[in-house]
Design a binder for this molecule. Structure first.
Ligand code: ATP
Length: 289
């Protein structure tokens, strides 16, 4: 059942991306998202959390025009995507797909990462420079001559991120960026996300059901259920709402679980709401952070 009565907040000059009441119906009649209102501002990490089939990938693919809304509009830098204005508006938003194999196709890693800049009309030498810089920034410059298909899962993911970074977008949307990764490679991706925001001012949209990761990284959280955002807010509010999280097919982060157990055991009010292990240790000692 689709609701037609939703109205999104006004577009603001702070919005790099503004999704205005977008519904997407796939050709077979499946509703991917409906009446979706979503925004991304400068230098923020927005976590989009939801269970399977909640619409995370469908939302992401609208952010740079890969999918066209059935109704509603998507704006990037104030301009409508698919609206017939500047042709390259989509380049401000890069998407790292859930499966890197969907993204990597060139004979070597360097060719793959150079493809974006070359496609933007940059000369060969400059494209190579941009690609090398992107590979170095995610720490995989050592594999530039390798065939992408022969990389490990973690290396593929980092090369896929480099391929998007090389185009110097303002926003990078990542679909389940740490699924299938071991703790070492997950840690690398996590570090890359922090650096993108803190050192380069790039906003990250993190679509995931890994709520522990989202708790550590997000400035703002949107909870999706059945193609709609059912809650949005700061992570300390959203991730400590067990009813909300369970209702969306998610659990609260482990850190929140431990802290709530600790408070219940010592009959303390859970006032501090830590989101990572360091904060949890402080909170259990009764220190604020
Ligand atoms: N190409 C498609 N054709 C038809 N239906 C689709 C297509 N892609 C997605 N859907 C449907 O749209 C809905 C949302 O799917 P989507 O992949 O966006 O969810 P998701 O939150 O990313 O899920 P997951 O966490 O399982 O990857 C689902 O009901 C799905 O079956």
């Amino acid at each position: 059942m689709l609701h037609d009565s939703v109205q999104c907040a006004e577009r603001s000059s702070d919005d790099i991306v503004h999704v205005d009441c977008v519904t997407h119906v796939y050709p077979d009649g499946s509703v991917g998202i409906h009446n979706m209102c979503f925004r991304v501002r400068a230098s923020e990490v927005v976590a989009v959390c939801g269970g399977n089939a909640s619409g995370k990938s469908t939302l992401l693919e609208h952010l740079n025009g890969l999918l066209v809304p059935s109704s509603g509009k998507v704006y990037v830098m104030g301009e409508e995507v698919n609206g017939g204005g500047k042709k390259d508006i989509w380049r401000h938003v890069g998407i790292v797909f859930q499966r890197p194999d969907d993204q990597l196709f060139a004979p070597t890693v360097l060719d793959d990462v150079m493809f974006g800049p070359l496609n933007m009309g940059v000369g060969l030498q400059e494209a190579k420079r941009m690609a090398m810089e992107a590979l170095e920034s995610v720490g995989v410059e050592g594999v530039l001559d390798k065939v992408p298909a022969y990389l490990s899962g973690g290396q593929k993911r980092l090369v896929a991120i480099a391929g998007v970074l090389a185009m110097r977008p303002k926003v990078i949307a990542m679909d389940e960026p740490t699924s299938d990764l071991d703790p070492f490679h997950s840690g690398l991706v996590e570090r890359v996300i922090i650096d993108l925001k803190e050192k380069r001012g790039i906003s990250v949209v993190l679509a995931t059901h890994d709520v522990d990761l989202a708790a550590r990284l997000a400035d703002r959280v949107c909870i999706l259920k059945k193609g709609c955002i059912i809650a949005e807010g700061p992570p300390r509010d959203i991730f400590y709402d067990r009813g909300l999280m369970n209702g969306a097919g998610l659990r609260i982060p482990k850190v929140a679980e431990i802290y709530l157990e600790h408070c219940a055991f010592f009959n303390k009010k859970p006032a501090l709401k830590p989101l990572n292990v360091k904060e949890l240790m402080e909170a259990m000692r009764g220190n604020s952070f």
